[in-house]
Structures are given as C-alpha cells and as structure tokens.
Design a binder for this molecule. Sequence first.
Ligand code: LLP
Length: 422
Amino acid sequence: MHHFAYKKGVLHAEDVSLALIAAKVGTPFYCYSTATLARHLDVFRKAFGQMDTAVHFAVKANSNLAVLRTLANLGAGFDVVSGGELQLALKAGAKAADCVFSGVGKTKEELRYAVDVGVGQINIESESEMLSLSAVAAAAGKTVRVALRVNPDVDAGTHEKITTGKKENKFGIEWTLAPGLYRKAKSLPGLKPTAIAVHIGSQITDLAPFENAFLRVREMTLALRAEGIEIDHLDLGGGLGVPYDFSAAAPPLPAAYGQMVGRVFGNMGCKLSFEPGRVIVGNAGVLVAAVTVLKTGTAKKFAVLDAGMNDLVRPAMYDARHDIIPVREPAQGALQTKYDVVGPVCESSDKFATDAPLPALAEGDLVAFLTAGAYGATMSGTYNTRPLVPEVLVDGASWAVVRRRPTFDEMLALEQLPAWLK
Ligand code: LLP
C-alpha cells in the first residue's frame, strides 16, 4: 500500500499535488512519501512478531539524506556497501553500532574507517578480506563482530543481473568453504565471528528460494555451534520483491515472509537482522516526467518524455516494468491509445514501455512512473549531459526539495582544461 492517489482529479503524494510540485520544481523529479516509508518499515518489522530482530535499510536502494534521516528517526539501522554510504548513514543520524558493512570489494581504507567509527558488524566476503580486516582491527586495538557472507548456491528465480546467491556469482563465500574460514576467523586477532550473513538476490517474488537458503544457514549454524563457534546472530539480507506490474500476481507480503522465517529460525535463540531496500522504499517513490514530443509513425505512436534512461535505468538495464499513469486523472471510460513511452537519450534502449495503454496524451502532459523509489535516483547519471533529477520529500501537506537540480556550472565544476588547451 502506498500514499499516491488521485484527489480532485490530480495525482497526489499524500496531501500534495504532483502537478503543483511540477509547476514549482520543473520536470522530471522524484517524489517520496514519508507516510509510505513509515508504513513499510512498520509492516516489515511487525512481520516477525515477538522474534528478536533488527532492520538495516539497504542504503543503495535510496541514499537521499532526507529519506535516510526519516528512516533513522524511525529507529532503522542501515546496511552500507561503501565508505561513502557509511559516512552518509552516520550523517543521517544512524549510530555506527546500528550499521552493517556489506560488499564484495571493500578497500583497506574503507575497512579502517568502519573499524574506527565502530560499525556494528562487518560482513566478510572472502578470505583475503578476512585477513585485511584482522590486520586493520588488530592495529587499531579493536575486536570487530563479523559475519561471513555465505553463498548458499540457491537460485533466487529473479532477473540474472540481480541474482547473487549462485556459486558462479561473485558474492559471498562458497557454502562448502565457509566452515574452514570460520575456524580460521576464530583464530585471527581482531575478529569475533558471531554471525552468518546471506543475501541471494533482489526482487524475489517466491518464498521458496529464501527458505532453501535459510535452511542451509540453519544447518550451518548448528554445525558451527557444535564445534564451539558461538553463532548468536543471523543476517538474512534483503531481496523481498514488490509489485511493479499491478496486473500481475502480487509477490508475497512481509507477513508471509515473516512466518517462513519463524518456521526456519524460531527456536534457534539467535538475533535475526534484515537488510531490506526495495520493500521499504520501492513504492514510496514516483518519478514525474512531462511529455516533450508526440510522434506518430506508420507502426507506432511514441510519447517522448523529458525523463530518460539516465534518470531511471531499470527498464533499460533489467527489462524492468514500471506502471506509467497520467498525473491528471483520466475521465471514466476514456479511450486508451497504445504508446511506446521513450526518453530523449540517444540510445534505442532508452525506452520505458512498449505499446503501453494510456489515455490520449498531449505534449506537456505529466505522467508518473510508479514504484520508482528504489534504485531510481541512486542509479541515475548524467549521460547526454543531463542534470541529475531533483528529489522531493512529502510529509502530509508539507513538501520540500531534498536534492535540487544542479546548474550547468555545477555539473562542470569538477572538470578543468589542461594548460595546453586553455
Ligand atoms: N543486502 C545486500 C547485501 C544487497 O546486495 C542488497 C541489494 C540488499 C541487501 C537489498 O536488496 P533489496 O531488499 O533492495 O532487494 N539495482 C537493482 C537491484 C540491485 C540489488 C543489489 N543488492 C534493481 O534495480 O533491481
């Protein structure tokens, strides 16, 4: 459930008209709803009933400072995958102890920074990283709580570009190699291996792959404990899918996921933590764009928008679908026309939808891409020298620009001509 709905014929974010924001801010822009963020966090937390759990929002899904501050104020911790994300989470108000540092290629500088600020847990993804972290922690005179991120070799049944839990993926430590590395971790200075981490992919719409992976984690927990490695914490990653296509079957709700987690881990006496990104922020955000050009050919009608693949890359990159709806509510029973909805970028893959049924559009009309709050703005870029899209946060009847559109000079601010070209 989200808080974007038509009111008096115009799509609103909570109590604010998206047409009004467009008039003030210009298009395209991302808009996030505080009430939706809060609701999703609450629903996710409640899915685990009385179990001892913690939620670490995956910053990569949406790293806007105001969004992170909103979640931090609601008591969320954070899952970070770079020194930059860690710095951002701290700036948003998180305690370092409530941050988990994941990622397959952390540099020694990043590890040192994480150890210095006292991050709550570091998820190790290779033997090499384990040795580096041990050296860094020992040099700082600290002992760090670590998990090994295991790769359970389970097919998540999602798009191949967002699958992470098969042994041919670069992520995690191969399932069969993990016990040996736990023994080694236990013997190394500066490391306290107390947890197992697993994350098998993203936009997973079936509980079976999660359950298969979790059963392996359970089995490994029992085996490690039997040899005296005290595992008291399991980090079960993120990955729960959200509905992008409202005409298709809905993915499992957090409650069903929580019940499955309870079935697998209910009696293990472990703290459980989660790293959800998309399920918290996905449908808490929309991307609003305007129709720049309508173009009719013999085979196709094109609606060319002022948003492009640089602003929302998911359709081009993962063949992802985002429902596109007009900001002005169409009249009941309005005739629909099929459009290829495309962006202005000079790439054929700059296409958002093929033959999408929409009410007749006019140039200047506004449309909204739904479920654009996760991996939208964070994956945007400036290809074709297009400025990054502004972001707006709504809370009830209040709204604010939380990242503004850069000027052309700001876009060029890091470039300089060498002496011989001046
Ligand atoms: N934890 C780890 C270790 C991860 O790698 C990820 C996502 C998450 C948590 C959060 O997963 P979520 O709950 O959001 O599914 N750009 C792609 C998704 C990439 C996901 C990368 N890892 C997309 O737009 O579909």
